[in-house]
Ligand binder design. Structure first.
Ligand SMILES: Cc1ncc(COP(=O)(O)O)c(C=O)c1O
Length: 437
């Protein structure tokens, strides 16, 4: 054994937590088997990537600062090249985007532009975790980035049943009551109402309203994460976000430009319009408190990255619905292709089941055998196909008989090859456990 200078047990417990190892593990497996078809990656489609547009976006944003906002040449340069406003410089364009695409009116001052949605998640959880009695509720299965961010701030995450409606409201109420009976303080419930990662499930309109009512009755905040809402399947309608339906300031809304513009810019945001009375007696949006935390984490989001996103927004009159027409068509096509491909390879009523989401990137396949990291390794090595064990999205670490497939970063041809390989693996596993194919 090599000599060590620091024991991992002497570091913050999060660094040795499975939630923080999950993304690295999955990336490493993918790197280890570069020839495997990846139905694992939740990255956006690369066919439409074109780095030449970066310059166009930057120029569009510079023109916007000069022509629309009346900044001088020196002020434009300062805005792009200097340290900047902690809450960001494209907040007004994000507010316009939300008005145009989501019919959501927000005060730009209630927006903090962040280094990806991931930072937004961290800021919100850091702010809400005020003491050791605080807990977070989250629909299970949940996004591993949320669990990891909660670990960083020592905020325990308690699962709430998801199910076909997106959230089991009776269980949510029961979890709130149980936590309070234990002397704990549930600070918020994290939800992904639109095509959740990993379940693909979305909440219907009535369920959204019921969830908002329950949050008001139980005096609970909701953290709404919405990276996939612009990608309904062909023929499916978009639904209003929880935040657009929220008349009681119950919802903290997390946004990401990773899937709608480009992930490399690393820009996301949080809308936090909850009123907070400061110790000096002034009242302002929660966003102001989040900005204080941000100032000590990333200081401000790169203005160059923000300018790229700002320019991309301006190119389509701040409508990302308009900007993402090609991507939406590609994801819808792939989702259809995957669902049809599964139906062709696995008989209806058989032991292999899957959901057919109304949009987004992800489908969950349920099988009658354990699905763990060892099986993923074997799948990659012997069958040449990658997917994600669903156990990564549950906090308990218990084995789960399901895997997540993603359609976002593959072509229909790759989906066919990947499904052939997956079918071979599943057939062999079914034979091994003695289940009929
Ligand atoms: C549900 C969910 N939230 C947040 C993120 C992270 O977004 P960003 O890349 O903007 O940090 C992802 C990325 O896959 C996600 O699936």
């Amino acid at each position: 054994m090599e000599p060590v200078d620091l024991a991992v047990s002497a570091l913050h417990p999060s660094v040795d937590d499975p939630a923080l190892n999950s993304m690295n593990f999955l990336n490493e497996v993918a790197q280890h088997y570069p020839d495997a078809v990846s139905l694992a990656a939740g990255r956006p489609y690369e066919e439409f990537f074109d780095s030449a547009v970066l310059h166009e976006h930057l120029d569009a944003f510079r023109r916007h600062l000069a022509d629309d906002l009346g900044l001088s040449r020196a002020q434009v340069d300062r805005a792009l090249l200097q340290y900047g406003r902690t809450k960001g410089i494209v907040h007004h364009l994000i507010a316009r985007n939300l008005a145009v695409d989501e019919r959501l009116t927000v005060d730009p001052e209630a927006i903090v532009v962040t280094v990806g949605c991931q930072e937004a998640m961290f800021l919100v959880l850091r702010a809400l975790r005020a003491g050791p009695r605080d807990v977070l509720l989250a629909v299970a299965p949940t996004y591993v980035g949320l669990t990891g961010a909660a670990r960083l701030v020592d905020l325990p995450v308690r699962p709430v049943g998801g199910g076909p409606d997106g959230i089991d409201l009776a269980d949510l109420r029961a979890q709130v009551h149980r936590a309070r009976a234990e002397g704990l303080r549930p600070r918020a419930c994290y939800v992904m109402p639109d095509f959740a990662n990993p379940s693909g499930v979305r909440m219907d309109l009535a369920q959204r309203r019921r969830l908002l009512d329950l949050a008001a009755e139980e005096d609970l905040l909701l953290i709404e994460d919405n990276p996939y809402g612009l990608f309904p399947a062909a023929g499916a309608e978009r639904l209003p976000t929880l935040k657009a339906l929220d008349t009681r300031r119950r919802v903290v809304y997390l946004g990401s430009f990773a899937k709608t513009v480009l992930p490399g810019a690393r820009v996301g945001y949080v809308v936090a319009d909850q009123r907070v009375a400061g110790s000096d007696g002034t009242v302002g949006p929660l966003a102001d408190q989040l900005a204080k935390i941000k100032s000590m984490v990333t200081v401000n989001t790169s203005p160059v990255s923000q300018a790229v996103i700002g320019g991309a927004l301006l190119a389509h009159d701040c409508s990302l619905v308009a900007a993402t027409a090609r991507e939406r068509a590609a994801y819808a096509r792939n989702l259809r292709h995957l669902a049809d491909g599964l139906a062709r390879r696995f008989p209806a009523g058989g032991p292999v089941r899957w959901n057919v989401p109304a949009g987004g990137f992800f489908v969950v396949v349920t099988v009658p055998f354990g699905v763990d990291d060892a099986l993923l390794h074997r799948s990659a090595r012997e069958y040449g196909v990658l997917w994600t064990p669903m156990a990564h999205f549950y906090d308990a670490g218990a084995p789960v008989n399901a895997l997540r497939l993603s359609v976002s970063a593959v072509t229909p041809e790759e989906i066919d090859v990947g499904l052939d390989r997956l079918a071979a693996l599943i057939t062999d596993e079914l034979a091994a456990v003695g289940a009929p194919a």
